[in-house]
Write a protein that binds this ligand. Structure first.
Ligand code: AMP
Length: 174
């Protein structure tokens, strides 16, 4: 069986020059890759007591939902502005060029609920930091943040020092 790293496809200069895009579709399209990636993420949660999985749109959904399903928990999406139909909390964060807004349904997290937050990849950490803000605004307690991939060169963990953060594959550069 291949190692999980071998299922990731790296595309140089996408979506712009200088970016090494880490493509996870090649993990998901392979039955062994899909199983291995979810199993490795589940291993990180074996001693974690939690109530609900929250995933970041959209690649956080791809891993967050199988994790929640396997462990018998619910799943809550954090979505880009304007997609969630009920009352939301929202927050803005910086992108490389410009800003983005993400939202979470107000009634999706109850005060005191223990949350595992999932995304596919941590680069600068800005996206997940914003997601964590929304969860905490509703009184949720983040007990673990999980990524499949980490770009260590961008030092995203520095924004998340107060959390328990884990990743499965870490790349030294960006
Ligand atoms: P950041 O907020 O900088 O941590 O960016 C994280 C988000 O951007 C994740 O949801 C990733 O899906 C996406 N992303 C950033 N850099 C890359 C990359 N090199 N390859 C693939 N996805 C990336």
């Amino acid at each position: 069986m291949k190692r999980i790293e071998e299922y990731v496809r790296t595309i140089p200069d996408f979506p712009e020059p200088g970016i090494q895009f880490r493509d996870i579709t090649t993990i998901l399209q392979d039955p062994d890759g899909l199983k291995l990636s979810v199993d490795l993420l589940l291993e990180q949660l074996k001693d974690v007591d939690f109530d609900v999985v929250v995933g970041m749109e959209s690649r956080g959904f791809l891993f967050g939902i199988p994790i929640a399903y396997a462990l018998g928990k619910g799943f809550v999406p954090i979505r880009k502005k304007g997609k969630l139909p009920c009352e939301t909390v929202s927050t803005e964060y910086d992108l490389e060029y410009g800003k983005a807004t993400i939202e979470l349904h107000k009634d999706a997290i109850l005060p005191g609920q223990k949350v595992v937050l999932v995304d596919d990849l941590i680069a600068t950490g800005g996206t997940v930091e914003a997601g964590a803000r929304l969860i905490e605004q509703l009184g949720g307690e983040i007990v673990k943040i999980l990524f499949l991939l980490e770009l260590k060169g961008l030092e995203g963990r520095k924004r998340l020092t107060k959390y328990d953060v884990a990743s499965i594959i870490a790349y030294d550069g960006k």
